[in-house]
Design a protein. Structure first.
Length: 136
């Protein structure tokens, strides 16, 4: 078993705010990681690669971070992440003809163009080393 006292664990716990886009949440995460990295570098002199774990939209936020900072990321684990849009939104569109995310910040979650850009960027950066490759 690893000695966990040798590790730094940072939890960015953010209940999804549907008034913010995933890009806005990503900017918050990016700022926090930059701040922590700077402080850690000042104390320790070197930065380890980070392991990102995200649930739901947090997986998308982490994916954006990994795409923009591939040299900083050791691994990315996503749970219940809507990489192909939201079944919830699709259900409302099919049943009621209403796109729930149109009027709120979460619209970028179901934007297929943005999702394909993410997948292509991921594949371009991680295709040789990733265990999962996204298909457009």
């Amino acid at each position: 078993m690893n000695d966990f006292s040798q590790h730094v664990v940072v939890v960015f716990d953010l209940k999804y705010n549907y008034n913010k886009t995933n890009a806005q949440v990503y900017e918050e995460l990016d700022y926090i990681i930059d701040k922590i990295s700077y402080d850690y570098l000042e104390v320790m002199g070197a930065l380890p690669k980070i392991n990102l774990i995200g649930h739901s939209c947090g997986g998308l936020t982490n994916m954006d971070y990994a795409i923009n900072h591939p040299k900083n990321v050791a691994s990315l684990i996503s749970l219940g992440t809507p990489y192909n849009g939201s079944w919830y939104d699709n259900w409302f569109v099919d049943l009621l003809g209403i796109n729930v995310f149109d009027s709120i910040g979460g619209a970028d979650i179901v934007d297929t163009t943005l999702m394909n850009i993410r997948k292509n960027n991921w594949n371009n950066i991680y295709s040789q080393n990733a265990h999962i490759i996204f298909l457009p």
